[in-house]
Design a protein around this ligand. Structure first.
Ligand code: SF4
Length: 162
């Protein structure tokens, strides 16, 4: 992904990666979003500029798409090739999730980003909570784990605040 152009108002702001659904993009699996206006105000107050990114769209999984989760274990096990990402019908979508994680890190590198705000409870973006075997569990999603492992500071955001 090329470095994103900046408007005059954005010049001097620190770029941060943000889950695109938190910024109102309808990229959730069900074509919804998690627009979080409070997050946008917080970023502005901190002098941060949001670079929107959706790992699952980047990974070619499409929108809408079937719900998916870590089959068993945790996100680290997915990154280590020890478990899979599967849809609710059991289709293997591991490569799409890994491609999304790699794309997120590439976006950080290309835009000089060292911090990410990611949507909690997503199998990709969750930071403190994700989804394993169809149930919510503590622990990161695949992209959050991949970014953290590479030294990006990741913060979880619940979303949908006014
Ligand atoms: S939580 Fe992450 S992967 Fe899911 S829709 Fe939002 S940006 Fe995309």
């Amino acid at each position: 992904m090329p470095r994103l152009p900046q408007s005059p108002a954005e010049k001097g702001k620190k770029p941060v990666l943000v889950s695109a659904c938190l910024l109102g993009r309808s990229c959730r699996y069900d074509q919804g979003h998690n627009h979080d206006r409070a997050l946008e105000r917080e970023l502005d107050a901190r002098g941060e500029r949001a670079v929107p990114f959706c790992p699952e769209e980047e990974g070619g999984l499409g929108t809408p798409r079937p719900p998916a989760w870590i089959e068993s274990g945790d996100a680290q096990a997915v990154l280590d090739g020890q478990t899979r990402m599967v849809t609710e019908e059991g289709a293997d979508v591991t490569e799409g999730f890994l491609a999304g994680a790699r794309g997120a890190l590439a976006c950080c590198s290309e835009n000089g980003i060292s911090k990410a705000y990611l949507k909690e409870r997503s199998p990709s973006c969750g930071v403190a909570a994700t989804c394993v075997g169809g149930s919510p569990v503590h622990g990161p999603g695949v992209t959050a784990r991949f970014l953290a492992r590479a030294g990006i500071e990741v913060s979880g955001v619940e979303g949908r605040r006014r």
